[in-house]
Design a protein around this ligand. Structure first.
Ligand code: GAP
Length: 512
């Protein structure tokens, strides 16, 4: 997908009240965004869909809401003070800072793009007769590009695994990567940069304590593990789920709400017996992919990607990647975190954090299987893949946001055909009956066709239109966003129609 399309997505998000640049009147704050009147509804619906699937659907998962601040030792114990770093490199001419790993990844993607270009050219030339497999295995240009990709990938993953910053710089130089601003290869050495934001607790410099804004919500769960386990009389295996803000001083924050400095996570830590982690890892991979698929977007939008370099706490990890407008990128992480966190909190706090298993009288520090998804990335995944420009039979075009109905900001729009003859009053009565259960909008301005387009553009699944016949026989038309088909139903049927179309059971429990 081109930059042009991505720009359209960003401007649609602004124009239709989904996402605004934060502090726009002061020219904005980099990588910080605000959710607007429609965006907040979509975001809340995403969170609700996740919370229900985790907490409400699973008898052995409970939720918490821990504070953003925690004792500073938390971040020493979690390893974030020492190891939560990104490798960064500056261009000496433009003074622009980049993530070294991103520069290399972008380079690899560029070479992959060249292969795709060759493929497209041949496809155009030979049409149906094009044998892609043989072409990729034999074409000299493609083989040269592929060899280059393999070589860079190998050096890159070795450098990451050994934290070899010098080699990262060598790769950047050997690949001839240039700064996009200055166009030069005048690079500094690669340095590690800690991503946590610091702040102070206390009124004076002398008695203040350094605190960190949490870079992940997970630690709030670990700190509360023992309290929840005891007060909730939880038996292993069990989970604790949480939705909340996280903060990272990202070096390169770009691509709209994909990489932000203040964002929101939905995390679940599943506490298990040591040795069972691989079973649960596979289990949660499947459950989480099914959660995504239940929303009905095309399966080809998702893929698993195993981590080349494991985070400091993990013994296995993968991402669910989504096909964003700028290619496949991480949407959600699934990590086997071993007993790293609980073990370290036990060590640093000197408090016992053990689980006693009455089934075999064993005592152990639980292992943890984590699922972690960014709300904002999920928002972008849904929003970007739902925005469509459709040619209609009458030759016109419509812009429609085909958000899964269950997540749409508003579920139904109530529209009087004209602004008189008692139709607005009739509409108000319908709206009043529906609005507590279904987010409902009322719109009487402009011709009905334009109003349908406005609802299409914000993703409202159903439009109920009240016309003169309604006054006579209490029937209304109900229009479906995707098919644009209109049916005439009795006014008393609206509620049950919406109920059945938006029944969460039909969504959450469906993975086909
Ligand atoms: N507790 C584990 C953890 O935080 P992570 O892979 O660093 O793991 C989990 O982050 C998820 O949080 C990511 O898959 C992504 O969806 C989201 N995320 C991470 N950094 C983000 C950022 N700067 N902006 C928006 N979302 C982010």
């Amino acid at each position: 997908m081109s930059d042009e399309i991505f720009k359209k997505i960003v401007s649609h998000a602004k124009e239709y009240g989904f996402v605004f640049q934060s502090s726009e009147i002061y020219d904005g704050l980099s990588a910080v965004y605000d959710y607007a009147q429609n965006g907040v509804l979509l975001k809340n619906n995403i969170k609700d869909y996740w919370w229900k699937s985790m907490v409400q659907l699973n008898d052995n998962i409970v939720g918490i809401d821990s504070a953003i601040f925690s004792h500073p030792t938390t971040w020493k114990a979690s390893g974030h003070v020492d190891a939560f770093n990104d490798p960064m490199i500056d261009n000496k001419d433009s003074k622009k800072r980049y993530r070294a790993d991103n520069l290399i990844e972008d380079y690899i993607q560029k070479v992959e793009g060249k292969i795709n270009k060759e493929k497209k050219k041949q496809h155009k030339r030979f049409g149906e007769n094009f044998d892609e497999k043989t072409f990729l295995l034999t074409n000299p240009k493609v083989l040269k590009y592929q060899k280059e990709i393999d070589l860079v990938n190998k050096r890159f993953s070795e450098a990451l695994n050994k934290d070899n910053l010098e080699e990262l710089k060598n790769i950047i130089e050997d690949c001839g990567i240039v700064c996009s601003i200055s166009g030069t290869k005048n690079w500094t050495d690669v340095k590690q940069f800690n991503l946590m934001f610091k702040t102070q607790l206390g009124s004076t410099e002398s008695n203040s304590t350094d605190l960190f804004l949490r870079p992940e919500t997970a630690q709030g769960i670990f700190l509360n593990y023992l309290n929840v386990q005891k007060t909730g009389r939880m038996k292993i295996p069990f989970g604790i789920a949480q939705i909340g803000k996280a903060f990272r001083n990202e070096i390169v924050a770009r691509q709209f709400i994909f990489r932000m400095r203040e964002f929101e996570q939905m995390e679940m830590q599943f506490f298990i017996k040591p040795g069972t982690q691989m079973k649960w890892y596979e289990y949660w991979k499947k459950i989480r992919l099914n959660w995504h698929l239940s929303l009905g977007l095309d399966k080809s939008n998702y893929r698993f990607h195993d981590h080349e370099k494991l985070a400091h706490y993990a013994d296995a990890a993968c991402d669910i990647e989504f096909n964003f407008p700028f290619g496949f990128k991480e949407l959600e992480g699934i990590h086997s975190r071993t007993d790293f966190d609980l073990g370290n909190h036990e060590k640093f706090s000197t408090k016992q954090i053990k689980y006693f298993d009455p089934s075999d009288n064993s005592k152990f520090t639980p292992y943890v299987l984590e699922t972690s998804i960014g709300v904002d990335r999920m928002f972008l995944a849904i929003f970007s893949s739902s925005l469509k420009y459709e040619k209609l039979d009458d030759g016109t075009e419509r812009t429609v946001l085909k958000i899964p109905y269950i997540l749409s900001p508003h579920k139904v729009a109530i529209l009087p055909l004209v602004k008189k003859d008692g139709l607005p009053e009739y509409c108000r009565k319908i709206k009043d009956k529906l609005k507590l259960k279904f987010s409902t909008v009322y719109d009487e301005k402009d011709a009905i066709g334009r109003r349908y387009r406005r609802q299409d553009a914000i993703g409202t699944p159903f439009c109920v239109t009240i016309d003169h016949q309604t006054i006579d026989d209490d029937t209304v038309t109900i229009r479906d966003r995707d098919s644009m088909k209109q049916d005439r139903i009795h006014v008393k049927e609206i509620h049950s129609f919406l109920d059945s179309s938006l029944d969460i059971n039909n969504w959450l429990l469906n993975s086909d």
